[in-house]
Design a protein around this ligand. Structure first.
Ligand code: ASP
Ligand code: MG
Length: 428
């Protein structure tokens, strides 16, 4: 009986897991912070977990390298940029491994090409094609901590590639998928995913759980906690993803599949917003087959991505055609429209860059009717005019005047009761 109790005690410990922990630039921004990461890894290792660490470059380093390159050549070759930028992560894997060894842990660093993360050859935005897990697995089996450089790989010829800005998140998820890890933990400077940006709504609440789909909508709508590709990847390979702070203890936010939720889903999980778009309208174009493609064809030929598209009902054989683009591409989109307006027979080109997009997001919308009308009511109560609307299964977005953006976010956050109202948690 005694023996059993003892073994039960031991068995009562946290169950061993294989964790991929990714630490972003601010988490490894100084030598002290690298030491703090090593302490955290050490703690998990003591608990019996197997750990693969993925690190970013020290904060600011990637930008510094980009500036350095530009000071030498205004349009540097993409291949050489990748050789340059990949060095940022090579610094942090070595330093972190040294810090781990100082703590008596066996650790080994790997660049992307050393792991053999094979990518295509699209320098600067490469996609991962294959990951060799053999060496990493052997290290883990031998009790070592694997320290992998984020954001990089190599093409089939060994040319160094990078995965695009923020790409270390994708490395983390990809390694977790390849190693069949129990969880991919993204340590960052926020302690989770919030119902909306706490800088806009101070009662915004950290979500314990959110689905991949919801996270994708939140991320693509401007809640820049995670690289979008990393979330897509995690959803595709069903890698449980957790966002947590590397500075304060906490459970963070678990991003997972829909079915794993126990409770009934609220209609709306969060409010996303951004000011990154601009609106363009071609007024009074003939309402004939092919007109949409004749407008958007030249836009896409110019490599401009279109977000929302709205075409009015025509009354007199003409229609107004409106769409939104990223604000960075506004000037180019406007120039393109001006150049085709005449031949399309348009009456005018109208445009507005002072707009904002505000969206409600939630998988619970699927089973709750009337969510959109509640949204419109809340905006109307604040006299906010809606310029465009678009919907998907789990999202309703509106375009409004930029100057009402924060008001709209606050109104919606309260209309959908997203603030923390749990007794004892609410602040006076
Ligand atoms: N260091 C790269 C960047 O700043 C990759 C990353 O941090 O995820 O974009
Ligand atoms: Mg990052």
């Amino acid at each position: 009986m005694d023996l059993l109790d003892v073994s039960f005690d031991v068995g009562n410990r946290k169950i061993m897991a294989l964790l991929v922990q990714k630490y972003g630039g601010t988490s490894v921004g100084t030598a002290e912070r690298i030491e703090a990461v090593a302490d955290r890894v050490y703690k998990h290792k003591q608990q019996g977990d197997d750990i693969v660490v993925v690190v970013s470059a020290m904060s600011g380093e990637t930008n510094r390298l980009i500036e350095l390159a530009k000071s030498i050549n205004a349009s540097p070759s993409a291949r050489e940029m990748d050789v340059l930028l990949s060095t940022g992560e090579q610094v942090t894997i070595a330093l972190l491994s040294m810090a781990l060894m100082k703590r008596g842990l066996d650790a080994r660093s790997y660049t992307g090409s050393q792991i053999r993360i094979t990518t295509d050859n699209a320098h600067g935005k490469a996609r991962i094609q294959k990951i060799d897990t053999e060496a990493m697995q052997a290290d883990l089996d031998a009790g070592r901590v694997v320290v992998a450089a984020g954001f990089q790989g190599a093409d089939e010829f060994g040319n160094i590639t990078t995965l695009g800005r923020g790409g270390s998140d994708t490395t983390g998820v990809a390694l977790a998928a390849a190693l069949k890890a129990d969880e991919c933990q993204i340590y960052t400077d926020v302690d989770g995913v919030y119902t909306t940006d706490p800088r806009v709504v101070d009662s915004a609440r950290r979500l314990d759980k959110i689905t991949f789909e919801e996270m994708l909508e939140m991320a693509s709508l401007g809640s820049k906690v995670l690289q979008i590709r990393a979330v897509e990847f995690a959803g595709k390979y069903q890698v449980p993803l957790r966002v947590l702070s590397s500075f304060v203890e906490g459970e963070g936010t678990l991003i997972t599949t829909e079915g794993s939720k126990g409770m009934e889903q609220p209609a709306v999980s969060g409010i996303a917003f951004n000011r990154d778009e601009a609106k363009l309208t071609l007024k009074g174009v003939p309402d004939i087959p092919g007109i949409a493609s004749r407008i958007l064809g030249p836009i896409s030929d110019a490599n401009i991505e279109v977000d929302m598209i709205v075409q009015n009902v025509s009354v007199d054989g003409t229609t107004d055609f409106t769409f939104t683009v990223h604000r960075n591409e506004y000037d180019q989109a406007l120039a393109t429209l001006n150049s085709i307006a005449k031949e399309l027979g348009a009456v005018a080109v109208l445009s507005d860059a002072k707009i904002a997009k505000v969206s409600i997001v939630g998988v619970g919308m699927r089973s709750h009717a009337g969510v959109a009308s509640s949204m419109f009511r809340a905006l109307a109560a604040e006299s906010i005019n809606i310029q465009l609307i678009s919907t998907s299964e789990i999202k309703v977005s509106v375009i409004i005047d930029e100057k009402y953006m924060e008001l709209a976010v606050r109104a919606l956050h309260s209309a959908f009761k997203l603030s923390d109202t749990a007794p004892g948690v609410r602040e006076a």
